[in-house]
Design a protein around this ligand. Sequence first.
Ligand code: FES
Ligand SMILES: [Fe+2]
Length: 330
Amino acid sequence: MTQLALTHFWHPICTSEEVTEQPRRFTLLDDFVVAFRDENGVAAFRDLCIHRGAALSLGWVRDGNLTCPYHGWQYDRSGACIRIPSRPADAPIPATAKAQAYQVQEKYGLVWVAMNEPAADIPSFPGDVWGKPEWKSFVGYREVWNTSAARAVENFMDFSHFPYVHNGILGTEETAEIAPYTVEKRDDGLFYYLEQEEPSDLYGAGGTQRVRYEYTLVVPFTIHLKKIEIGTGRETIISQLTLPLTSKTTELFVFIVRNHSHDEPDATFGDFTTKIMEQDRVVVQSQRPEELPESLREELHIKVPDAASLLYRQRLASLAKVEVFGPYGA
Ligand code: FES
Ligand SMILES: [Fe+2]
């Protein structure tokens, strides 16, 4: 899908701590964003001065206005140029003298940016568990992968690779066969689930546990996996919030949200997730092309187990068409 359609969605560009009053450059959708913080919160613009194209992220903030490092034009947080120092203070400023301001929100400890009018809200967590005291959350994995966001999401959605990429941890070759499953189409994405015996060391050396995996996909790039350990009441949501840096590089923020083991160190769960993700990374970075093929005729889909990823590809393809007419419903 094209980058233009993706500008109509919220994307997490960094953590909240990473945005300070010192302007800083971030990458999003093959372009650069400058973000800074003042007493009114975070502001984000395209990292480009309309005057001569200098990077605003090399500038500084004074009195809440972002100053371009090249000729000192000053932009307020709406992006309007309010001062051109080489001109008399009372000289009119052209209405077109603007930085391209983006919509910004802070949520889940991340800074989210929408480059164009967003077609949907920032995705919530399954069961709206975020912030509830019985659920403890942290970022368990954050890395840049050399792949597209869609490939990274499709990998997270996919469970038939467990016996191979995560052999002995999330699956075994003897149990590679996948039973038919149903994918529920939702307005904002997909939902499906399956159950299996998980052969994980998390359950003691050589231990196993019957688990139900519930997958909630929110287009374009948010995927939640709720792992329910049957008979124990323990539930863990592993959420990949996926940042499309460029069409071939992707940053993953993987949250781990659990209703159990609050006294255990987060690292127990973070280390486990990191091990899994690094196993995935090797295979995903090997995939060619890096972007999902535009035509469903490319690559070969097997109904079970690929039903979910096939529907995901169809959904992304339909989003790409939406751009012609503007955001959803327009
Ligand atoms: S390039 Fe920014 S003020 Fe000239
Ligand atoms: Fe995996």
